[in-house]
Design a protein around this ligand. Structure first.
Ligand SMILES: Cc1cc2nc3c(=O)[nH]c(=O)nc-3n(C[C@H](O)[C@H](O)[C@H](O)COP(=O)(O)OP(=O)(O)OC[C@H]3O[C@@H](n4cnc5c(N)ncnc54)[C@H](O)[C@@H]3O)c2cc1C
Length: 305
């Protein structure tokens, strides 16, 4: 590694001052699980590291407007084990549990993970499906960014170099909603996904139709992908297995995976459809089984004459 200066600001204001001083030569460091690897590989060469570990106000998970406010420095492990998260949004705890190993999850932070923007990461599809937003602050003030429009390319986001992710907000699930995240990892349990899919479904229970659906996928493009056309297939439609299959077909058209050691592009595309359908089924099961998709009855067998 090349030599670098190490700053340990105690407040956001101090961190922002350091960022201003070094400009694009500086890098924030939170858990360090992604950044240190990139520095060792000389993919990034900051002359100054600004540690967020001692910055006040970036920790804690609290209830806000019925949803959850998660500090940018909260670790994956804290989210996974938080009784508040498990009670209010169990899908979030479950998703973070899928990331790597306990060792990585103990260090890796929510803000660091999102800023890293590797399209193979697990949390983004779930956070997008849940309608989460990111709050980013700089010396010019702060702004709220829907996670849906946050990722722009491989390891790229809309964040400006002087912006710090201070919190993530995840709204409450609407009534009559079910949510699911599925990670397909055929190699080892701590691997990145070959394909991942997150779904949130909201039903009008009286009429048994989808009033809202959100579908997002990971590992099948240069960013996490929201499958809007697949969602549109279901909105306003009765809960039926054929509709889920049709949405899964549309989801396949939304993805653009690359071939690598986790599978060929065509295999991943196929699996994207399979895992979207399964994630929709699982989200419906989460609605106490009452919203399960009806299978159409098989046609009666004809008697041979
Ligand atoms: C062995 C291994 C296996 C992994 N497996 C998985 C997996 O299965 N699934 C998965 O989802 N992920 C996986 N990961 C990736 C892991 O999720 C990321 O490394 C982690 O989330 C990064 O968080 P961090 O706090 O360590 O970020 P850091 O390494 O500290 O920083 C990452 C980037 O974010 C920037 N940054 C940090 N904090 C902020 C902030 N608050 N605001 C703005 N920018 C910031 C840094 O400048 C840097 O560019 C794996 C990582 C490792 C090392």
């Amino acid at each position: 590694m090349i030599p670098f200066e190490y700053r340990t600001p105690k407040s956001l204001k101090e961190a922002q001052k350091d960022l201003k001083e070094f400009g694009t030569d500086a890098k924030l460091i939170a858990g360090g699980t992604a950044l240190v690897i990139m520095m060792k590989q000389r993919l990034v060469r900051p002359t100054c590291l600004i540690s967020l570990r001692s910055v006040r106000g970036l920790n804690g998970i609290t209830q806000k407007d019925g949803g959850l406010r998660i500090g940018g420095l909260v670790t994956h492990r804290e989210l996974e084990t938080s009784s508040l998260v498990r009670r209010r949004l169990p899908l979030l705890a479950e998703t973070y549990r899928h990331v790597a190993t306990i060792r990585v999850r103990t260090m890796a932070t929510v803000g660091g993970g999102l800023a890293h923007a590797d399209p193979n990461q697990d949390p983004p599809p779930t956070l997008i499906a849940l309608g989460a937003t990111v709050k980013a602050g700089s010396s010019n003030g702060s702004r709220v960014i829907p996670l849906d429009g946050f990722f722009t390319d491989y390891y790229e986001t809309v964040l400006k170099p002087d912006e710090v992710i201070t919190e993530v907000f995840v709204p409450r699930l609407p009534a009559n909603s079910g949510a699911a995240f599925l990670k397909f990892l055929p190699r080892t349990a701590d691997d990145y996904a070959t394909v991942s899919a997150a779904t949130v479904v909201t039903l009008d229970r009286a009429r048994k139709i989808f009033t809202d659906v959100r579908i997002a996928l990971g590992s099948v493009g240069t960013t996490p992908i929201r499958a809007r056309e697949a969602e549109a297939v279901l909105r306003g439609q009765p809960v039926k297995a054929e509709a889920l299959r049709e949405a899964a077909e549309k989801a396949k058209q939304a993805v653009d995976p690359v071939s690598d050691f986790r599978g060929s592009a065509s295999y991943k595309k196929e699996m994207a459809g399979v895992f979207v359908r399964r994630a929709l089924e699982k989200a419906l099961e989460g609605l106490s089984g009452r919203g399960k998709a009806k299978r159409s009855r098989p046609a009666p067998k004809r008697r041979k004459r």
